[in-house]
Write a protein that binds this ligand. Structure first.
Ligand code: ATP
Ligand code: MG
Length: 212
């Protein structure tokens, strides 16, 4: 019996390495320096696949990977079908927020009931947030570089992830509302949890003890 772990490269891969190490798992390569999408580890019974961050839940849902690590942002948009989410790993921490150009009075616009154009990659999250506040919005789906949208008149504001705020600042935007804190979670295929319990349970336990 063997298992496959789905990870995305970049911050999730980097911040997952110490957790894997705690479970006695060391990937054979760093995807940053290799073009391989299937990576072996020091353990013959554990492999890693490198996928786009937003695709991690899909690989685990369909059992192409047994476990994976995905941001709460990505999990909300995916919906979580077929996934068991046993642990908040407290890694890749940031926050989901509404940001607008410096000088745009977001609070006043909301107060007078203006209809706002919001650009975002996170349609579900944005729809729920503004619906709960009773704010009317037109959502514009983008796949990246949301910060550009208000600068070129595509949107009044954006819903995006922020950590340091440096990217917002560099583009003359400010955070005007916090939506929720974000971190990454361990996700497990529900069928695999039963069938591969003997190999998965020790890994889940090791991750749990290693969470900061
Ligand atoms: P891609 O870069 O392939 O378009 P992505 O932007 O979703 O995909 P990452 O930037 O590596 O990929 O983000 C992966 C996850 O890390 C996100 O889903 C989110 O949970 C978290 N994250 C995103 N931005 C930050 C940030 N600035 N600081 C901390 N964590 C972040
Ligand atoms: Mg990114």
């Amino acid at each position: 019996m063997s298992i496959t772990i789905a990870l995305s490269k970049g911050r999730i891969f980097d911040e997952t390495l110490p957790l894997l190490a705690a479970a006695g798992i060391v990937p054979a390569e760093n995807p940053e320096h290799s073009r391989k999408l299937i990576i072996g580890t020091n353990r013959a019974d554990v492999g890693v696949v490198i996928v786009r961050a937003s695709d991690v839940p899909t690989y685990v849902q369909y059992g192409a990977a047994d476990i994976g690590i995905a941001g709460k942002d990505v999990l909300i948009e995916h919906g979580g079908a077929g996934l068991y989410q046993p642990l908040d790993l407290n890694i890749a921490r940031c926050r989901m927020c509404v940001a607008a150009p410096v000088g745009f009075d977001y609070a006043a616009a909301v107060k007078r009931g203006a209809r706002l154009r919001i650009a975002t990659k996170y349609l579900l999250t944005a729809r729920e947030h503004f619906a709960a506040k009773g704010v009317h919005v037109d959502l514009i789906k983008l796949y990246g570089s949301m910060e550009l949208a208000p600068l070129v008149g595509l949107a009044d504001a954006i819903v995006d992830l922020v950590s340091s705020g440096n990217t917002l600042k560099a583009n003359n935007l400010v955070e005007v509302e916090q939506i929720m804190p974000i971190s990454s979670r361990l996700i497990v295929n529900q069928a695999a949890l039963k069938v591969k319990h003997d190999i998965l349970q020790p890994i889940i336990e090791a991750f749990k003890s290693a969470i900061k």
